[in-house]
Design a protein around this ligand. Structure first.
Ligand SMILES: CC(=O)SCCNC(=O)CCNC(=O)[C@H](O)C(C)(C)COP(=O)(O)OP(=O)(O)OC[C@H]1O[C@@H](n2cnc3c(N)ncnc32)[C@H](O)[C@@H]1OP(=O)(O)O
Ligand SMILES: N[C@@H](CCO)C(=O)O
Length: 358
């Protein structure tokens, strides 16, 4: 993509972006859909794991022939975010001196990430998106697309997300960043060529985060006060819920980079589409496309109130609710409800376009 000047004033001399696509772009490039991944996702939205794809798709069933995003009709694009570790330039990438960026990797904002995505769209010949959709950190980029490029988005679906990070989210993010940066193997961010990884810190960060991704009532119903099979908490054994978090920590350590985790957590904390634009409402005013704001009713990390704020700033519409016992992760689990919301987002845009044609 070439050099990028960042909001911080710093720059990256060269940026590579990993892109995955499905379907075909039509002649007038009017059928393109952009999918935005969350914190630990990537461009592999659907499909099995395999060579070059260490994990299976994270939104299974959403894209394909006959799916909500029907690849017989739509050209679907997903990128790995700037700062990522799945093919796009991030702190583990090599700097011009041939050494990993590590601690020298600049601060990246959600706005910077979307600016890079706009350049990807330019390269693909996409002047405007039929739909931009994403959840959590992905929803932050959807909101930023609408504010940064209002004429390039015809329909937007912000799922389980927010127009600006809340103090609560920044606080949880700080604990996660400190968990990683206090791991001696983090080495100030310069561990990449030292033969170590801050596995302990990244695992601790994931335990903190994963707890916020699930609802307290789900954890209570599933695990209660039970000890893990064969372990007695009164004798130093683990509770079932502790074993569950250990499992998710180990899985993330096996598939994700700690430096990227820190970089992306910082970019989520500084997310605010109203920054330098006079606030949320002013930032949304130039956008005349459809805005679908979708929240999970049991989400304690991105509570429904944050989606209501976005709707109030927009001045019209209402929050569409996904009903789930799972909390924030409901946006990854309640696929049928997400698919229905995506279908509505695509249908409402179609109806608007039909009205324009008449
Ligand atoms: C955009 C993106 O999201 S990034 C890429 C995809 N995201 C992720 O992978 C995030 C990590 N995963 C998750 O957050 C969740 O697994 C989701 C949201 C994908 C799915 O949620 P659920 O289907 O409810 O899975 P759940 O949270 O119950 O986890 C199931 C795992 O916990 C394990 N588990 C359950 N109870 C216990 C226990 N007491 N002790 C140890 N492990 C346990 C299961 O064996 C299962 O393991 P597996 O995933 O290795 O097969
Ligand atoms: N489980 C998701 C939730 C973040 O919103 C992830 O790991 O990216």
């Amino acid at each position: 993509m070439g050099a990028q000047t960042l909001e911080s004033g710093e720059s990256l001399p060269d940026v590579t972006v990993a892109v995955q696509t499905w379907g075909r772009l039509n002649a007038d490039a009017s059928n393109a859909v952009l999918i935005e991944h969350a914190l630990t996702g990537d461009a592999h939205v659907v499909g099995p794991s395999g060579p070059g794809q260490p994990t299976a798709g994270w939104w299974p069933g959403l894209i394909g022939p006959g799916c909500a995003i029907d690849t017989a009709r739509y050209f679907v694009v997903a990128t790995n975010v700037l700062g990522g570790c799945r093919g796009t330039t991030g702190p583990g990438s090599l700097a011009p001196d041939g050494r990993p960026w590590g601690s020298r990797f600049p601060n990246i904002s959600v706005r910077d990430q979307v600016a890079v995505e706009a350049q990807v769209a330019d390269l693909l010949g996409i002047t405007s998106w039929r739909l931009v959709v994403g959840g959590s950190m992905g929803g932050m980029r959807v909101a930023e697309w609408v504010a940064s490029y209002p004429t390039r988005v015809r329909s937007a679906a912000v799922v389980a997300s927010t127009g600006a990070a809340s103090a609560d989210q920044i606080a949880w993010g700080q604990a996660q960043i400190l968990a990683i940066s206090h791991d001696p193997d983090y080495r100030g961010g310069d561990y990449y060529d030292q033969g170590v990884v801050p596995a302990h810190g990244l695992g601790l960060a994931r335990r903190i985060a994963h707890t916020t991704y699930r609802s307290a009532s789900e954890l209570e119903d599933r695990f209660g006060r039970d000890g893990q099979d064969g372990e007695n908490p009164l004798r130093g054994g683990r509770f079932g819920v502790e074993s569950y978090l250990d499992h998710h920590a180990a899985k993330l350590v096996g598939r994700f980079d700690a430096g990227t985790y820190v970089t992306l957590t910082r970019s989520m904390s500084t997310h605010d589409i109203g920054r330098g634009r006079g606030g949320l409402a002013a930032a949304l005013r130039p956008y005349t496309g459809d805005l679908h704001v979708i929240a999970v009713d049991s989400d304690r990390l991105f509570p429904v109130e944050l989606s209501e704020q976005l709707v109030r700033a927009r001045g019209s519409g209402s929050v569409q609710l996904i009903h789930s016992d799972y909390g924030h992760d409901g946006f990854l689990i309640e696929i049928d409800q997400v698919a229905a919301a995506v279908d509505r987002a695509l249908s409402s845009g179609t109806a608007r376009e039909a009205r324009h044609v008449r």
